[in-house]
Design a protein around this ligand. Structure first.
Ligand code: ARG
Length: 479
């Protein structure tokens, strides 16, 4: 019998494993011949969905106990099934379980093994259930665990950033727009931007978790079942907030996986941007930081080199994560209600992304702990490139009452003059300045220093060390 027919007519109590190569016993009633080799290969998902074994067994336990409680299964059968499931879980955990592509997927592996262990009663477990609601349940349970494991890793990354923010709340560096030196900022302020991004990333995963935590189990193949099941009981046994409301939606929805991949893609873009900055800063041209031995490699030919490989790989892996999101969206976009076998292709992108994040997030945390900050180089660079020109224009507005547009123009002339003389703004003499704008006094030199510049930016969310410390303290509190 096929899954589509299985929900109400689970009369097939034959052991599920006999003579699999000839005709699959799950639907062997109608299929005399076996699948071709290539069909077995393209059809099998056991290569990857074996990762669901704990969730699959947990789902079967909940389903079995509910069937007993509802009088659909005898207590004896229920007991035998639960015992068998315990043994199967132990066998798989210990690596003593034989996987065989003929048995297609994790659901059929568990059922086939169960029938080897307990015989006929194994065939009763699939009453009022289909692999369609089973796989959707397994996937949600698995992804929920994955999100729960990711959150503390993201939190540790935020802590690693915050440690640096606090150390460098008043380390001055150039702030860039267009990768052109724009205005001096503090290194702490710069890193604090990433703490904020990661807070939103964690929020996106938390939203995804909240929405995915509904139980598809009991939707059966697509239409529900005529057996008197208790979906609230299975939902709560599995830690879901409630059963999904619509059986067709329950078996065909994959937006929970799309949301996870979308959140992961955005996170990966954030990590990639930070990785790019580390690569830049560690270059001889910037020389703002050096990366430790733990996350770099040497060159086999150029002895002077220290390559930021971990940062480069974090940057590159964002490409694959974005590709995985695209893959799932495209797999799903043309599918009519409800389940189609296309949906078996939903898992590998998610597995790849989960494995990727399990590397990129701690790699970034490690690099942040390891790197050495070259404060003097940063600060010297902050003073270059007329970075305090905006401070000069603001001073002309504040002290001389010039309209900002006029102050901008005057400052532009002073920058041109400094450029011609080959000096920075604070290398101009008072006489030079007064030749351009007669009202300028020597007090102007106070705002031309980068430390004064950053200290003056006290607006909410600004780069002044006092604001950076306040932002860091607030973030610590929230962590
Ligand atoms: N291995 C399948 C998957 O991952 C399980 C569901 C099979 N359902 C079916 N009607 N053939 O999607």
């Amino acid at each position: 019998m096929t899954d589509e027919q299985s929900d109400d007519k689970v009369a097939d109590d034959k052991p599920a494993d006999d003579n699999q190569t000839a005709a699959n016993t799950l639907w062997g009633g109608r299929f005399a011949g076996g699948a071709s080799d290539i069909m077995q290969q393209i059809n099998a998902s056991i290569y990857f969905d074996r990762r669901f074994y704990r969730q699959d067994i947990a789902g079967s336990r909940a389903h079995c106990s509910m069937l007993v409680a509802q009088g659909i299964l005898t207590a004896d059968d229920g007991h035998a099934i639960l015992k068998g499931l315990d043994q199967i879980e132990a066998e798989i955990a210990a690596g003593r379980f034989e996987f065989d592509p003929v048995r297609e997927d994790i659901h059929m592996h568990v059922e086939a093994r169960l029938s080897e262990l307990i015989g006929e009663a194994a065939g009763r477990l699939h009453t009022a259930r289909s692999r369609n609601d089973q796989v959707a349940t397994d996937f949600r349970l698995w992804l929920r665990d994955e999100i729960d494991a990711l959150d503390p890793a993201l939190r540790r990354l935020q802590v690693a950033l915050l440690d640096r923010v606090e150390q460098h709340a008043d380390t001055v560096m150039p702030g860039f727009t267009h990768l052109q030196a724009a205005q001096p900022v503090t290194f702490g302020h710069h890193l604090m931007a990433y703490v904020e991004m990661l807070s939103r990333d964690r929020g996106r995963f938390a939203d995804c978790r909240r929405r995915l935590n509904e139980s598809p189990l009991g939707a059966a193949a697509l239409a529900g079942t005529s057996f008197p099941i208790d979906r609230v009981a299975t939902a709560s046994a599995l830690g879901f907030d409630r059963p999904m409301a619509n059986s067709m939606d329950a078996v065909s929805a994959r937006d929970f996986a799309m949301e996870y991949l979308a959140a992961a893609a955005i996170l990966s873009v954030h990590l990639s941007r930070l990785a790019e900055e580390l690569v830049n800063w560690a270059s001889a041209q910037f020389n703002f930081i050096s990366l430790g031995d733990g996350f770099t490699t040497g060159s086999s030919i150029m002895p002077q080199k220290r390559n930021p490989d971990a940062a480069e790989l974090v940057r590159a892996k964002a490409g694959r994560v974005i590709g995985d999101l695209t893959a799932l969206l495209v797999v799903m976009k043309g599918l009519p209600m409800t389940y189609s076998k296309d949906m078996q292709e939903d898992k590998e992108p998610v597995f790849e992304v989960a494995d990727t994040l399990a590397l990129t997030v701690p790699a970034m945390t490690g690099m942040l702990g390891d790197l050495v900050v070259k404060k003097e180089v940063m600060e010297a660079a902050a003073g270059q490139g007329f970075a305090t020109a905006t401070d000069l224009a603001d001073w002309l507005v504040r002290e001389l009452g010039l309209p900002f547009r006029r102050a901008h123009h005057v400052t532009g002339s002073l920058v041109k003059l400094a450029e011609d003389k080959g000096v920075d703004l604070d290398g101009l003499t008072l006489a030079d300045m007064q030749a351009v704008e007669g009202g300028i006094t020597k007090a102007v030199f106070a705002v031309l220093g980068v430390r004064n510049s950053v200290a003056s930016r006290l607006s909410l969310g600004g780069t002044a060390p006092a604001q950076v410390r306040a932002a860091a303290a607030k973030a610590r509190g929230e962590l």
